[in-house]
Write a protein that binds this ligand. Structure first.
Ligand code: ZN
Length: 287
């Protein structure tokens, strides 16, 4: 079976569309307001049996991949990756269609987020960070898990750890540098980590993929880099297009038809932990 066929067999189209459009049952089908044109009465139909969608207003339609590509404005390869992850279908890395530059950066960021998260939970170097997150800010381990909070332990200025770890995973040095996590020294003395001795917050796009990081220094410390250090603009991270927490908030925002915009990442995390889900932060960008 082709991966795309396997993904289709494991996901229900109506579930995927329901994450983005409010659908109501109508006989054996579902209908809702079309997300692709302005309308007041629903003409957007989803067939559960046939696993296709069609809008009788604007004439557009297709299958599960067509919907996600169109709705999110992405290419087939990206839609396949997102839906495969949801369906638990493993895509083979050597699959040539997956070897785009963007998907490499997504992989690097995802693995780095897991790496930082493990450092936070386990490393003896992260004791102060754990005290800050779990005791001082009273973040539960579930919440830390959901937001993949992490710690960048290195303070030596060299990139022994994360860089080597990523190289061992098979990534090329040039791609690791393009992710913004590792900086090439302009004096030719090798590489160093952007985030050092800082709590790191992965930044997710609206589909829950890690695209970059923001970091803050621990209270009472000063490394001369400022309180916050962020990922630079990359192929997959555009600061002005990102609302922190949107991947977790979008369903609640749609259901309640209201979004609360707060200032900081910690505000989103604390509200989420308190059961208020329709909250996003503006990533330090002016609205
Ligand atoms: Zn339409």
């Amino acid at each position: 079976m082709q991966p795309s066929e396997e993904v289709k067999s494991k996901l229900a189209l109506e579930d995927i569309i329901s994450e983005r459009v409010l659908l109501k049952r109508s006989g054996g089908n579902f209908k809702g307001l079309c997300p692709f044109h302005e309308e007041k009465t629903p003409s957007f139909m989803v067939s559960g049996a046939k696993q296709i969608w069609h809008c009788f207003g604007c004439g557009q339609g297709g299958d599960i991949f067509g919907f996600v590509m169109k709705y999110e404005g992405i290419e087939f390869v990206e839609a396949l990756r997102i839906l495969a992850q949801k369906a638990g279908v493993i895509l083979r890395k050597q699959d040539p269609q997956l070897r785009s530059e963007k998907s490499t950066l997504f992989d690097i960021c995802e693995i780095a987020a897991k790496y930082y998260h493990q450092v936070l939970l386990r490393s003896s170097l992260a004791k102060k960070a754990r005290d800050y997150i779990f005791l001082e800010r009273k973040i539960t381990s579930d919440t830390a898990d959901t937001f993949k909070l992490g710690f960048a332990a290195s303070s030596s200025g060299t990139a022994k750890d994360l860089n080597n770890f990523l190289l061992k995973q098979g990534f090329l040095q040039q791609d690791i540098v393009k992710s913004g996590l590792i900086i090439k020294s302009d004096r030719g003395f090798g590489f160093f980590e952007r985030f050092r001795n800082r709590v790191v917050f992965p930044l997710f796009d609206q589909m829950g993929r890690v695209v970059g990081f923001t970091s803050r220094i621990l209270p009472g410390q000063d490394d001369g880099m400022g309180k916050y250090v962020n990922s630079p603009q990359t192929l997959i991270y555009n600061k002005s297009e990102l609302l922190y927490g949107l991947h977790l908030a979008k369903e609640a925002i749609r259901k309640q038809d209201i979004a609360v915009v707060v200032e900081g990442n910690m505000d989103v995390i604390a509200l989420h932990q308190a059961g208020i889900f329709n909250v996003v932060a503006s990533s330090g960008t002016a609205l």
